[in-house]
Design a protein around this ligand. Structure first.
Ligand code: FES
Ligand code: FES
Length: 154
């Protein structure tokens, strides 16, 4: 039986009816039109579906929507403004992505890292993104993008 839940998604209060078995990823993408988090492995291994739940990165394909009733979700759309953020600028400057499929999830773990630690070492950046797969870049350009963002904000 469907149940109504309330979420704050990218700063906006949203209500939606969900089945008890529906994944947060599916609710975001299919019911709320928030397509930044990507559907890929569906087994919690690739990180493409990563969002911030109350500021902490989680895999939205591993969480039921009903579990997060009343909580705050941020996706890559939450950073849409007229101007690029320092992280987005740095990703562009370092040509961090190729196909871009991993970019949303990588952005969310990078934001989480930089919020906690605005001046990370290369090893700390590698550790932060170690759970997110990228099939295109070999990761160097992504690491450089995050380090470049840290230089901009410190
Ligand atoms: S789609 Fe969620 S971790 Fe891969
Ligand atoms: S840029 Fe293609 S998967 Fe990362």
């Amino acid at each position: 039986m469907k149940q109504g839940i309330s979420l704050i998604v990218n700063g906006e209060a949203r209500t939606v009816d969900v089945e008890p078995t529906e994944l947060l990823l599916d609710v975001l993408r299919e019911k709320l039109g928030v397509k930044g988090p990507k559907f890929a492995c569906d087994t919690g291994t690739c990180g493409a579906c990563t969002v911030l739940l109350n500021g902490k990165s989680v895999r939205s394909c591993m969480i039921l929507a009903v579990e997060v009733d009343g909580q705050e979700i941020m996706t890559v759309e939450g950073f849409s403004r007229n101007e690029l953020t320092p992280l987005q600028e740095s990703f562009v400057e370092h040509s961090s992505f190729q196909c871009g499929f991993c970019a949303s999830g990588m952005t969310m773990v990078a934001v989480e890292l930089l919020n906690k630690n605005p001046d990370p070492t290369k090893e700390e950046v590698k550790e932060a993104i170690s759970g997110n797969l990228c099939r295109c870049t070999g990761y160097h350009s992504i690491v450089q993008g995050i380090l470049g963002a840290a230089r901009k904000i410190t």
